[in-house]
Design a protein around this ligand. Structure first.
Ligand code: SF4
Ligand code: SF4
Length: 164
């Protein structure tokens, strides 16, 4: 948008209020939301139907603000206070057990919530970068560990073989 390559009316979650802010920021005329991008909906929150969750972790990986907790093969749940309602976790779920529900009582997304979400997004990005750095370093250490384990197992097998 700042480079003039995208219009200011392509974010349905932000609604008319978002367009107005972008228009003021970029000194452009206000426009209605582009229907090709979707419709502005009331604030929603993701809910996991926990009895159907198979613990695949795909929703955790999709959530940009780390608003889902769970572990491999364990039930997952959404921390509704952190959920932005972006619905990015819905499509990856292989058993369709995530639904978007209206926030009750109906409320609007506040600037404070937006700031919190931004901080959580940035914290997640840093965590992912740390994990990528560790994964980059780990193969050498893991290979050395594996070689040591194999060598020890071979040594034990040999010592057993030489006994009468
Ligand atoms: S709707 Fe968005 S913010 Fe909420 S849990 Fe799903 S991916 Fe996370
Ligand atoms: S994607 Fe669906 S099945 Fe997989 S952990 Fe999340 S809620 Fe459970």
């Amino acid at each position: 948008m700042a480079l003039g390559q995208a219009d200011i009316n392509r974010c349905p979650p932000g609604g008319d209020a978002g367009v107005a802010k972008l228009a003021a920021l970029l000194n452009k005329p206000i426009r209605s939301i582009d229907p090709d991008c979707g419709r502005h909906e009331p604030l929603q929150v993701a809910v996991i139907q926990e009895e159907h969750c198979i613990g695949c972790t795909l929703c955790i990986q999709a959530c940009p603000v780390d608003a889902i907790i769970g572990a491999n093969k364990k039930m997952h749940t959404v921390l509704s206070d952190w959920c932005t309602g972006c619905d990015l976790c819905v499509a990856p779920c292989p058993v369709d057990c995530i639904v978007m529900m209206p926030v009750k009582p109906l409320s609007v997304w506040t600037d404070q919530q937006a700031q919190v979400a931004r901080k959580r997004f940035e914290a997640r990005e840093r965590r992912l970068q740390r994990e990528a750095d560790v994964a980059h370093e780990t193969p050498k250490a893991a290979t050395a560990d594996k070689q040591a384990v194999i060598a020890a197992a071979l040594a034990r097998a040999r010592s057993r073989r030489v006994k009468p």
